[in-house]
Design a protein around this ligand. Sequence first.
Ligand code: TYM
Length: 332
Amino acid sequence: MDDKKIILSGIKPSGELTLGSYIGAIKNWVELSDEYECYYMLADMHAITVRQEPAELRRRTLEQLAQYIACGLDPEKNTIFIQSHVPAHAELGWVLSCYTMFGELSRMTQFKDKSAKNEENINAGLFTYPSLMAADILVYQADLVPVGDDQKQHVEICRDIAVRFNGIYGETFKLPEPFIPKAGARIMSLQEPQNKMSKSEQDSGGCICILDKPESILRAFKRAVTDSETEVRYDPKAKPGVSNLMQIYAVCAGKTFAEIEAEFSGKGYGDLKATVGEAVVETLRPIREEAARLLSDKAYLEQIYKNGAERAARAANRTVQKVYKKVGFVGK
Ligand code: TYM
């Protein structure tokens, strides 16, 4: 048990959980949870880098917790917690921000995207976000960080910060590796398949949420944008819409692209869209039902996040104490 390698990952409760975050992240968290010691958090501190309505943030955080468990994350096996309940993240985040360079933060794609979208609120937290995310990971001495493709750059800067710190103070942090799934690392919008499926997406038809009703999922797939050909073939550059549907189907039905091409040879896009829609409905149905059941038991959820925070804090505080000593803070 003690020599198990460590995983940390998290999702911001800044919007409803999407099919993208399920396929790109949570599904893999569940699969990795036997082999690793896992810390999975609800990244509420990261969520406030973009303005949130307080009551909504609270509601979504609890809903997200219920969905983590409904997706198959066993709270006995995994440490599931809310980021703001473990002060070590903010403590180490501050220290690491003093070892993160202005230049490297300026190069972050997510910062550039988000600041372009939130021109009226380009706050310091949005800019130093990667230092806090590095703290999330390094505070548990994580070996592996399972994320979608869009978070790879943040795991890379985390490694750079760790290397820099270790270079000055000697071996302090383990260097984490990103774990990016082979299929489903970047699920695209159903309406604009050249863009990532995103919870912040304005138009609703492009994004599927885990808690969406079957009718609305089927409708969204029916309206999914494809191309002017008729052939079901995997080619993300030339056929982003069809390839995205194939990716989603491959993951939900456990099929290879070759199998899917064979299944739809001689059939039209209408068949493909209906079949993928059904597969997604069946994948999400048990999760939606279990999440609803869990949400009606607030005491159970509270017990999970309280236990989780206690367990997480024990591990995280050790790293913070080590770091405080290394940088020269007087011990208490
Ligand atoms: P967030 O909240 O934007 O996204 C959550 C996770 O879902 C993945 N994801 C996708 N994967 C495939 N296709 C998509 N369309 C898609 N949309 C989202 C993301 O890659 C991510 O894995 N900064 C993080 C949260 C975070 C974190 C951490 C992650 C905070 N601290 C420490 C790992 C380790 C974020 O904004 O993810």
